[in-house]
Design a protein around this ligand. Structure first.
Ligand SMILES: [Zn+2]
Length: 223
């Protein structure tokens, strides 16, 4: 599964990041062998390797294949939606209180530097691109093909070049970059990531949240 996921993510990212590379005028040549290199890496990376992965993720000149190696796919087959972040670095913030304790967070916050690539945790179709003033800021809603799930990405700094509603995205495709738009603190840029269970006829703002943490981290939720 891990190898299959890696190949899939690599294949998808090679195409996804071409566009980014093209837009920044820095097209690099994808070289083969990325999958093999990745397969040889230990499952639990040590800290220097993670730092290196983040540096790759922030480098606009990075080779797309190298960048794909910075994406971690969890045991559920979903990718950690921020490049360079490993599943065991995630913190379960789903049940944290928000807005003075009146509301539950119902999402996971993934801390990362501004500009770190945000990628699709699961495949689907971009259903809504929406600026939530005072809330999520720059947001993207990706819906699964069977319409049963929405994946919500918020506080983005910028959207991936050309991202538009109705567009199909694959696992690991670039959606934008980590930022602090909306009500996120500029001192703590992060991706706010939520998963909503949907009835097929429901609209993008509806649905019931489930905790992304166990799916991404492969561990039990905290509470
Ligand atoms: Zn959040």
């Amino acid at each position: 599964m891990r190898t299959l996921g890696t190949i899939l993510v690599t294949a998808v990212l090679v195409s996804a990041f071409w566009l980014t590379a093209f837009m920044s005028g820095m097209i690099s040549v994808a070289k083969g062998g990325g999958n093999e290199q990745r397969a040889e890496r230990p499952i639990h990376d040590d800290e220097p390797q993670r730092r290196a992965a983040r540096e790759v993720a922030l480098d606009p000149d990075a080779d797309p294949v190298t960048l794909a190696e910075a994406i971690e796919v969890g045991p559920s087959g979903m990718a950690v939606p921020v490049a360079g972040i490993a599943p065991d670095e995630l913190v379960d913030t789903f049940t944290q209180a928000r807005a003075g304790g009146a509301r539950r967070h119902d999402a996971i916050d993934i801390m990362a530097d501004t500009g770190t690539p945000v990628v699709a945790s699961a495949p689907g179709t971009v259903e809504k691109i929406y600026f939530s003033r005072g809330g999520g800021g720059k947001t993207v809603y990706v819906r699964s093909k069977d319409k049963r799930w929405i994946y919500y990405y918020a506080h983005l700094d910028v959207y991936a070049p050309g991202l538009k509603e109705g567009q199909a995205v694959g696992l690991g495709d670039a959606l934008g970059t980590v930022g602090s738009t909306g009500n996120a603190s500029p001192d703590g840029p992060h991706l706010h990531f939520a998963i909503h269970r949907m009835e097929p006829e429901e609209s993008w703002w509806e649905g019931r949240p489930i905790n992304p943490y166990p799916l991404l981290a492969g561990r039990r939720a905290n509470g």
